[in-house]
Design a protein around this ligand. Structure first.
Ligand code: ATP
Length: 238
């Protein structure tokens, strides 16, 4: 039986100051899968994620979540539908402690006070290394630790759909795997849907169910990770 589509864009065109950065993008994220989105710098990957998460309006096209049109919804409305985003560049406030970042995130998402400590506990079960630096300002953490905090903050909203924008930036492949392995385990256990934007293609494909490739604002390929593992095929697409 084919999996149902949880988030879809149909012919989305969007950009900045009247210049389209993505053109006519149609993509489907299905239930219980990791979809890897790859492409060079400037291909339009972040722009697509921003549109999906209500951070950037589109010029044309339609975005749906669970079949409902969300094209004009705000990030808060989209978050309320069970979507969370891990932004590119970590997005943690350097002067705040991890604990404060988590509190602020839950406050912004409207998580009831009485649920907040359970949520934090739950995230610490998934990413236990965070326990060691809960009380440190994020600015004093390593890149990998900050990335963990950024992912942890997104998970606090208990999303069904997680949009991750280049979590591997600045991380060695081994660290990246250490970070993604628990996320993949969580995804499989809870049947989450994850859209993973990555340039660290080889590592990302290892934990992906399907892959799409973007180039110069267009979607140029869609298929199974195994088909891309072959070097030549990958080079051709780039
Ligand atoms: P990267 O891997 O470098 O993050 P990307 O595939 O995510 O790249 P985008 O960040 O979506 O690519 O950028 C797509 C295009 O849109 C690029 O040409 C970029 O210069 C342009 N762009 C991105 N953000 C802005 C902005 N805020 N204002 C103007 N142009 C932008």
């Amino acid at each position: 039986m084919s999996k149902s589509v949880v988030l879809a864009t149909q012919n989305i065109t969007a950009g900045y100051g009247g210049h389209p950065a993505i053109n006519d993008i149609t993509v489907e994220l299905r239930e219980d899968e990791v979809l890897c989105l790859i492409g060079h710098n400037g291909a339009g990957k972040s722009t697509l994620l921003k549109c999906m998460f209500g951070l950037l309006g589109s010029e044309s096209g339609v975005i749906t979540i669970d079949g409902q049109v969300t094209t004009k919804e705000t990030a808060r409305e989209i978050a309320d539908r069970g979507v969370a985003m891990v932004p590119e560049g970590r997005g943690v406030f350097p002067s705040l402690t991890v604990r404060d970042i988590f509190s602020l995130g839950m406050h912004a998402a409207g998580v009831p006070k009485k649920e907040q400590s359970d949520r934090v506990e739950w995230v610490l079960e998934i990413l236990p290394a965070i326990k060691e630096f809960m009380n440190r300002p994020a600015g004093t953490l390593s890149g990998g630790q900050q990335q963990m905090v950024s992912i942890g903050r997104a998970l606090l909203n208990r999303p069904r759909i997680l949009l991750m924008d280049e979590p591997s930036i600045g991380l060695a492949p081994k660290l990246f795997q250490d970070l993604l392995a628990p996320i993949r385990a969580l995804q499989q256990r809870e049947k989450l849907s994850i859209l993973l934007v990555e340039q660290n293609v080889r590592e990302a494909l290892k934990i992906s169910d399907r892959a799409v490739v973007m180039k110069s604002g267009a979607m140029i390929w869609e298929g199974l990770p195994d088909e891309l593992q072959d070097n030549e095929r990958l080079m051709e697409l780039y």
